[in-house]
Design a protein around this ligand. Sequence first.
Ligand code: ATR
Length: 278
Amino acid sequence: MKRACVIGWPIEHSRSPIIHGYWLERYKIDGSYGKVAVTPDAAAGFLASLASNGYVGCNVTVPLKEIAYRSVAERQPSARAVGAVNTVWVEDGRLVGANTDTYGFMTHLTLSAPAWSKVDRPVVIIGAGGAARAIVFGFLEAGVGEIRVVNRTLARAERLVADFGTRVHAYDWSEIGKAIVGAAVVVNTTTVGMKDDGTLGIDWHAVHPACVVSDIVYVPLETGFLRTARQAGLSTVDGLGMLLHQAVPGFEKWFGVRPEVSAELRSRLVADIEGRQC
Ligand code: ATR
């Protein structure tokens, strides 16, 4: 039996077991996927003995992604770009680490709103943390010519820009209204959407009518940020699809089947979110 798991501290709220458990059942695979609470102090040791403890790999969540980055023997380009690892597998006895948030976000965006890439307009990323880095990397790989990063702490946006090069530009928080003008896509990567008033006070009428608006927060499923954009007539892309799609590459590496993100799987997650709202 192949065993995988998700590690984090705390870990009880993780929805990854629902996703991987669904696929194990759906593809009739003799495998398991559990949750393991691992403290930051114990994370490097846990990963070092992952294979000897019988695991084919694991997911890594907050606050262990940077420790995982340092613990693996080989890093995929997405992990190097973000400086964090969320998916680990064993290959020839060595640990390989990837960051599948880039894949998850870009896949869901392109499936949900394929027209976003047909226009040569800037993309706006709100926030400058690990998730923002994963998404900036995705848009750069997709060939976007100009990416505007708006962050509450300008210095952090400037550090991100220094790491990603001349197609990325930092904007001060007070310039959010200016940054969104003409945007093809606006993505919120901050956690403000988890609060009821998390609209960021954006005047959506200032954006191009074909602008696609996305939030990586998925509890609630429709954040205030997305709701106000939708009410202004814009296309919106929620954060749940990113969560579902980021799980695909790990499952394939561990269990040998490329799984489908089906409507039924999405419904299971929606039911869980509506049931516990955290
Ligand atoms: P992650 O790795 O998941 O992206 P993170 O590294 O903690 O998380 O980054 C969180 C992001 O949300 C940051 O851009 C943060 O802004 P700062 O760099 O100024 O801290 C942003 N953020 C968090 N709370 C915010 C708030 N109330 N208003 C605006 N931005 C906020």
